[in-house]
Unconditional design. Sequence first.
Length: 246
Amino acid sequence: MKCVVCSYIPSGGATLPEICPVYSTYSEKSEELVAERWRCTICGYIHTGQKPQEICPICKVPAEMFLELDKDGKEVGSLTVEELVPALSEEEVSPPLLNTIACLLVRHHLHPISAHFPNGILPVVVTLLAISIGFDLVSLESAAFYNLIAVLLALPLVLFTGYLAWQKSYQGIKTAIFKIKIICSLVVLASTSVLVFWRIINPEVVAEGSPYKWIYLGIAVLLLGAAGLAGHLGGKLVFTSNDKRS
């Protein structure tokens, strides 16, 4: 609702008060706003205004990806697959069974569940490596190595479910936030592989006197940073979208 005299609009979607706080006109002299709320069809962000934002502040898609919401919060109309993903062709559509399995995996949040496993281990890995290098503690270095193996074994599931979530929940849109997440994922995979196989080839890579120990630790820090950034962006997508939906 807005005041027809001064166009005052209550913040937060509140009802116009009986007396307009700006020009003291009565709320009966008000009218419904047309297209007051819009929802991004990619991430769920809700924008309040007479027209959608030119660029979604969350996933960076253009205004064409927004749909108008009615007074009950339901979307008015819909976007076709061709409108959501112009590059999608008939050959790229998954078979029904595979598509059903993929939807189930996404619906039950397998990606964030699987991603929490390596994300929880990596800070421990870097801490153990740093202590082992600083104090020459072989046992801690071995513990870090075995934890890295666990991370490497978990990554295929994390990357696979992440790809499914990207395709099913966000229609594979290639905006900056998703490109950064993909780059971070590749950095995590490459860094973990380097650390594990380097340690297998050269068990003394972080031993006292090794010229490579600080390089090895630096790669581990890079790995932790990339995983943290990917997790931060994923949380920004999920939690910001949920807050805007509620």
